[in-house]
Design a protein around this ligand. Sequence first.
Ligand code: DX5
Ligand code: ZN
Length: 219
Amino acid sequence: MAKQVIISPSILASDFARLGEEVTALDKGGADWIHVDVMDGHFVPNITMGPNVVAAIRPYTAKPLDVHLMIAPADPYLEAFAKAGADHLIVHAEAGPHLHRSLQAIRALGKKAGVALNPATPVEAVGPALDYADLVLVMSVSPGFGGQSFLPASLERIAAVRKMIGRRDILIEVDGGIGPANAAAILAAGADALVAGSSIFGAKGGYAAAIAALRKGAK
Ligand code: DX5
Ligand code: ZN
């Protein structure tokens, strides 16, 4: 049986004035996880939300909150995001010199530990830390903004990460420029989970239809 793709819609593209309702609508529309993009205006050239926002949306879904930390340093904020109700905490390999320490700290907080890779970072950067990770997030655009085009070289990078993971129990998530047209290629390269912002929030016909279209595209 073909593996079931995990869909993690990014609320970066949602209506922030109605964030709770948006999260519930994604949940009811069939999202598997809810992707939360945290940006600090320093690691990436944009500012979004912090632990308070994670705590505010927590009551609106029982599904995993997939929190992508585009912040440096990340370590001082891990506990606050964990307490706010994050389920996955994803730090960037480029965000600090001590990746093992960050991943160990996340696991010690009882959360799934993820490591993200910018498109220009050699995939080998995560190799030594794989025994401490539950998730690898391959960025398929430069982080900071939604609505960018998928970088084609990401496919080879996903395959390389898959090879490095080997038999470890680690999921590969891919983030940026994903829609029904490229989902199958991304899955075929070795991804398990797809993040999607614009292709879900920009679609006509509602979130359930957009999530279904992404699932269908991934087949
Ligand atoms: C980019 C973020 C993404 C973004 C994806 O920095 O990490 O999660 O919201 O948006 P789309 O799907 O529009 O590329
Ligand atoms: Zn993201």
